[in-house]
Write a protein that binds this ligand. Sequence first.
Ligand code: TRP
Ligand code: ZN
Length: 464
Amino acid sequence: MHVNRRGMAVVAALVSALACAPADEPSSANDHLPGAPGIGDTDFPKDGNGGYDVTHYAIAIDYTPASKQLVGVTTITAGATHGLSSFNLDLSGFTVRSVTVNDAPATFSRQGDELTVRPARPIDNHATFTVKVSYAGVPKPAGDGSNLGTYGFMPTPDGAFVAAEPNGAKTWFPANDHPADKAPFDFSITVPAGVTALANGEMVGQPTTVGGRTTYRWRERHPMVTYLATATLGKFELRQGSTPGGIPNLAAADPRFTTSIDRLYATSATITDYWATVFGPYPFGSTGGVVDDYAAGYALESQTKPLYGGFHPDETIIAHELAHQWFGNSVSIKRWRDLWLNEGFATYAEWLWAEHKGTKTAEATFKDFHRRRAGDPIWKYPPGRARAEDLFNQAVYSRGAMTLHALRRAVGDQTFFALLKRWAADHRYGHVTTDQFIGLAEQMSGKELSALFDAWLFQPRRPQ
Ligand code: TRP
Ligand code: ZN
C-alpha cells in the first residue's frame, strides 16, 4: 500500500519550485501531473506506476476455457501520492472497452503494456479514487524478463494456471504490477458449470450457478503483492478442514494428481503449523496448496495457496512455498534486486525442514554447497544483487540460503532464530530491503557483520 517513489517526488518538488509556489499555498491546477509510467525500480523501469498507492483490487472475470475468452472488469481503489492529471496501469493484451474514474467516463490510451488513464477531472494529492477498467480478449502469457519461461495467465485444456511472478499479473488484470504496492483483493470468477475456480484467501459464500455458469467469490483480506494473485481454474478434487494448529486448510488437485491430495493436505498442515513455531504466527487466514496439470515444472508461493505445476510436490518444495508465506508474501521486497530476501529464506527453510526431520543438518547442507569448486557459477553471481535478466538464478536461492547459515554460525542459534521471528513480526504485511536485514542482524547480535554480508551477498567469488 505505501511505497516511496522518490523519483516522482523529486520531479514534483522541482516543478512546484519552478512555479514559485510556497508550500502552504492551496493546490492549483499546476499541481496535477502525469503519474510516472514506472514505480521506480531501475531494474524494471516500466513495472508498476507512480503517483498512487492501491488500497484494494476487485477483480471480476468471466472465462471460457473452450474459446479462451476472458471478459474482465477490474475496479481499483487507490490513494493519490501527488496531484494527478493522468496515471498509468500495467495491462498486457486485451481490448480495453471502457475506463471510468470515480464513475465518470475517462479517456485512455495504450502503449505497450502501459494503459494511460486521463480522468475527466484531475485527482488531488491524497485523494482516494476508484478506477474501473472493462476489458476482454484471449490472455497472452508473458515470457520474457526472467529465466523461467512462460508465466502469467496460462490457459490449460480445462481452465487456466495462473502464476505471475515477477510481472505477469498484467496478463490478466490491470494492475500496479510491482511488489512495492500491496493491497487486499476480492475476486469474482465466472466459469462454465463444472469448472472450479480457486483464488487467494477464503471463499465468500457459496458458488452460484445461473444459466450454466458458476460464479466463485474469493477474498484475500491481507495485503498481497500482484504476482501472488491467482485464479487457477479447472477440474479439481478438494480436501478441506483445518490444521491441528487451527488454520483453515484447503488442498486441491487436478484429476491427474489426485493421488497426491491427501499428502498435500496433511503435509501443508504440518509444515504451516511448524513454521508458525519457528517464524512466528501464520500471517494469513488459510493455508493449503493446488496441484494443477499444467506442466510448468515449478511451484509458486501464491498467497494462502501455493501452486504446484504438473508434478507431485514433495515435503521439501512444500516447506519452501509455505515459508514464502512469511518471507516474500507477508514481508515483501521493494525492489527485485533484493529477491534473496524471498528465495534465500525459502531455500534456507528447506534446509531447516530437513534438520527438523533429522534427515540432514543445515550445517551439512551448507558444507555441501560451500565445497563447490571456485569456478562453480554460483560464486560468480552475487545473490544480494539479483539481475533483471537472470532474476531467479540458482545463486539467489542457494547462496542466499548459505548467507543465512553463515549468519547463524556467526551469531549463534539463539540470536539467529530470534532474528527470524523479529524480522517477520516487525515487517508483517510490509516491505523491506537488504540493508534493513543487515541492520537488524547487527543490532540483535551486537556484532559488526558487514564483512560477512559483503562476502556472501555482494562479491563475485567464493567466500572463505
Ligand atoms: N518463486 C517461485 C519459487 O521459488 C519461482 C518462480 C518465479 C515462479 N517466477 C515464477 C513460479 C513464475 C511460477 C511462475 O518458488
Ligand atoms: Zn521460492
